[in-house]
Design a protein around this ligand. Structure first.
Ligand code: NAP
Length: 287
């Protein structure tokens, strides 16, 4: 298959998205996130996954501005958090992201969570922002099949992408299959299970066979499934290593043995998009 960090997938709106992204959750605004994103860009990542909620878009923007990489070679995503859907300041949230990221458009804008009674209205604003060119592609995050169906029934533009928690210990086969059938690209948040899948003995054995790290094996597993992983690290060596795709693809048997690790185990117990409403007012800062 010979994938590299430059490889991409075509979205259902005809635009191109890189097959690997760098995650920025939990990297402190200022030097920490700026150093991590700078290192990621130097390592070859062009797709950076941001969110207003992460509170660090200024630091990301500083890294983008200093990178010297032409804007059209970068793919920058951000998200609108729940409170902005509730108080109706979706457009303002996007303008704040653009200001902090020092950009005049986003390549991808996502609804962070499917806030009941609000996400359809948020989507209409997303469609307008896309029309105006402030964002190029629009999509969602944490949308299960029921949310996707509701959105697609009411909207004019189909979501280009769904970003879901997905790793060897939590595989949402139903949402992934629905996305494949409906030409919606599937992205994996916490692709390494927030580090929790890295000590798995099955993954360790496959890693030894490939002379690779467990993280590289999990990233390859996502990519070979056509899923876009968003690994995050603040460690320069890991940032670089995570960007190196395997020379030899995983075999069918290796893919199957990682598929078999699913335990339905999320990184934060109890957070489930299917029953989102109870968490609306007390979502922790772990997302
Ligand atoms: N849409 C959503 O609701 C949502 C929710 C959560 C996350 N996300 C996105 O998904 C991204 C990734 O998820 P995540 O940050 O939760 O978790 P993750 O990428 O699965 O795991 C990150 C953890 O793994 C460690 N790590 C990374 N590479 C490693 C390696 N090669 N060897 C050993 N340890 C390694 C990191 O530690 P070090 O820093 O020490 O390397 C960090 O503790 C986020 O940054 C964010 O962009 C989206």
């Amino acid at each position: 298959m010979n994938l590299t960090i430059e490889s991409g997938i075509e979205l259902n709106d005809g635009r191109f998205i890189p097959r690997l992204a760098f995650g920025t959750f939990d990297l402190a605004d200022g030097d920490e996130v700026t150093a991590a994103v700078t290192c990621a860009i130097e390592a070859g990542y062009r797709h950076i996954d941001c969110a207003r909620f992460y509170g660090n878009e200024k630091g990301v923007g500083a890294a983008l501005a200093a990178s010297g990489v032409p804007r059209d070679e970068l793919f920058i995503a951000s998200k609108v958090w729940n409170d902005r859907q509730i108080d109706g300041t979706v457009r303002e949230s996007v303008e704040e992201s653009l200001r902090d990221l020092q950009l005049d458009h986003l390549d991808l804008l996502l609804i962070h969570w499917p806030v009941a009674g609000k996400f359809a209205g948020t989507w209409r604003i997303f469609e307008q922002l896309r029309e105006e060119g402030l964002v190029r592609s629009i999509g969602v995050s944490n949308f299960r099949v029921t949310h996707l169906r509701e959105l697609m029934a009411g909207g004019n533009v189909a979501p280009a992408l769904d970003q879901m928690e997905h790793h060897p210990y939590l595989q949402d086969a139903g949402t992934l299959a629905f996305c494949r059938e409906n030409d919606i690209v599937y992205e994996a948040w916490s692709p390494l299970g927030r580090g929790g899948c890295l000590d798995d003995p099955v993954i360790g054995e496959i890693a030894r066979a490939h002379g690779a790290s467990p993280a590289q094996i999990i990233i390859a597993w996502h990519v070979q499934h056509g899923v876009i992983p968003l690994p995050r690290s603040k460690n320069p060596e890991r940032i670089r290593a995570n960007a190196r795709m395997l020379v030899e693809p995983l075999t069918e048997a290796e893919m199957a043995s990682i598929n078999a690790l699913d335990k339905g185990k999320p990184v934060i117990e109890g957070i489930d998009p299917a029953n989102f409403a109870p968490y609306l007012n007390n979502l922790s800062s772990h997302l």
